[in-house]
Write a protein that binds this ligand. Structure first.
Ligand SMILES: Cc1cc2nc3c(=O)[nH]c(=O)nc-3n(C[C@H](O)[C@H](O)[C@H](O)COP(=O)(O)O)c2cc1C
Length: 472
């Protein structure tokens, strides 16, 4: 059985392993175990690649490293507190120093002992503590961090922050800080949707507090589902990296404006029925988020989707192709246009004002359809055409041929063509296998997650505008 001791690896190899693990969403130990397994299978010597494969995704120059960054993590009292243990591990693996404050309620869910063992530091729990407050420790805690992260953030702590309360160590530190704050809320969907929490959320947003999540999904309470699940630890790590990056200065697409369309469109048949497709919006939203992370001003125009909004984008929600077209044109001019939305090709000539009724068991004999506007083609030929126009082609056959034809017909710079045959699971799934088609040729990318496709595409955009700059 092969083995490696991570601690004994040289710094370059350790960094490569760290980046590779981040890219694959694993801990360093998990990634090392995977590599060992693969190496054993192949009966080859163990090799840790010096650059993450398949693409240099996690080391994008806008993805801030956490080496030496000081994160003050506040854990408040929700069931998701156990996930903050994994968050601490993942932050420390990436070189961050993590200090923790736990609320009294948090200590009913996980122990300061486990937290301290993972941070390798004292866990702070008391405000009126003569050992830590002889030099006003709560002020020091709040000032000695680069970023404060609250995960999980309870409805109670959000309410206290929104109201400016300071009656324990966590809330006092939050009121006293001059550092950026990121919140990962976790609560029952009824609590999240309660008008009071809605109000507090808006207040905190307008106070400049960053949010990651909550995500939609099943709750710990049986039978309950909706928005309220805490974002996964790796999503929180991503948001922390983005915020650290923001603090640290300009990014490669700073000053650029991008329009992204995402999701399906819904074309009404009558007040209750519509024509739609299976697009989830995951790819478009991931691209919008990656563009924002790279510093672009992003306007995301989205059809109806069931996923959370990407961070840092202006979101415009639409229903129909015609609404989407109008919003895209209103958002011009832009430097980049990425048209990912699966816009319905047709709509009914006229949607019925009242619900269509079955007549003696028969429905309407036919629906009269008309073509929807072609948004990509319209923008490709627009007088305010963005410098870089990227279209998506979802095909079930002859992907390359149709993709190339689309590139020409729509006057796009790139077409990202993907196979959406049912067996690929691309529609609604988390992975994507794409070909990047441009005038220069066709590149076939390996199967990647949609997030990875988004990051790789944005890297290409950065390179595209770099070349543009040199030419000027
Ligand atoms: C079993 C259990 C689970 C709880 N889960 C949550 C939760 O996920 N989110 C939340 O906002 N409150 C939750 N609460 C309620 C909080 O613990 C309670 O509001 C507490 O006062 C929060 O204190 P803190 O904000 O100081 O940590 C839960 C309570 C119990 C008993």
């Amino acid at each position: 059985m092969a083995s490696i001791t991570i601690r004994n690896l040289d710094e370059t190899t350790k960094q490569a392993l760290r980046e590779r693990a981040a890219h694959n969403g694993h801990s360093m130990e998990e990634e090392a175990r995977l590599l060992l397994g693969q190496a054993e299978l192949a009966s080859e010597p163990i090799e840790v690649a010096t650059s993450p494969t398949p693409a240099n995704l996690s080391s994008t120059n806008f993805d801030a490293s956490l080496d030496g960054k000081r994160i003050l993590l506040i854990i408040s009292g929700g069931i998701a507190a156990y996930k903050s243990l994994d968050l601490i591990r993942r932050l420390r693996e990436r070189g961050a120093e993590v200090r923790v404050i736990m609320t009294e309620a948090a200590q009913a869910f996980i122990t300061p002992l486990s937290v301290g063992a993972l941070t390798g530091d004292t866990v702070f729990t008391e405000l009126l503590d003569r050992n830590t407050e002889h030099d006003v420790g709560h002020i020091r805690l709040s000032r000695e961090a680069d970023l404060i992260v609250i995960a999980p953030a309870t409805a109670n702590l959000m309410a206290k922050m929104a109201g400016g309360l300071a009656n324990d160590l966590a809330s006092t530190t939050l009121l006293a800080t001059n550092k950026p704050v990121l919140i990962a809320p976790a609560m029952n969907p009824k609590m999240w949707n309660h008008p009071a929490t809605r109000r507090n959320h808006r207040t905190l947003l307008s106070d400049g507090i960053g949010f990651i999540g909550p995500n939609a999904g099943e709750m710990a309470e049986s039978g309950e589902a909706g928005f309220g699940r805490m974002a996964e630890p790796m999503e929180i790590v991503g948001a922390i990296q983005a915020m650290i990056g923001e603090i640290e200065g300009p990014k490669p697409l700073s000053g650029m404006r991008a329009i992204v369309t995402s999701g399906p469109t819904h074309e009404p048949i009558d007040p209750v029925r519509y024509i739609a497709n299976r697009s989830s919006g995951k790819q478009g939203h991931a691209i919008a988020g990656a563009l924002a992370k790279a510093g672009a001003e992003v306007i995301l125009i989205s059809g109806p989707v069931n996923i959370s909004d990407p961070k840092g984008c202006e979101i415009i929600k639409v229903q129909t192709a015609r609404e989407m077209q109008k919003m895209v044109e209103t958002a011009l001019p832009a430097d980049i246009g990425v048209f990912v939305a699966a816009v319905a090709d047709w709509r009914t000539v006229k949607s019925a004002d009242e619900k269509l009724k079955k007549k003696d068991g028969k429905g309407p004999s036919s629906l009269k359809l008309t073509e929807n506007p072609d948004i990509l083609k319209g923008i490709g030929h627009h007088k305010l055409r963005p410098k870089l126009v990227v279209g998506f082609a979802a095909e079930t056959e002859q992907i390359e041929k149709y993709g190339k034809a689309k590139l020409k017909r729509k006057n796009a710079d790139w077409i990202v063509a993907n196979d959406v045959s049912p067996e690929t699971g691309v529609m609604g799934g988390d992975d994507n296998s794409v070909k990047l088609i441009s005038k220069e040729g066709v590149e076939t990318w390996p199967k990647l997650t949609k997030q990875q496709v988004a990051e790789r595409l944005v890297e290409r955009m950065v390179a595209f505008f770099d070349v543009e700059t040199i030419e000027i």
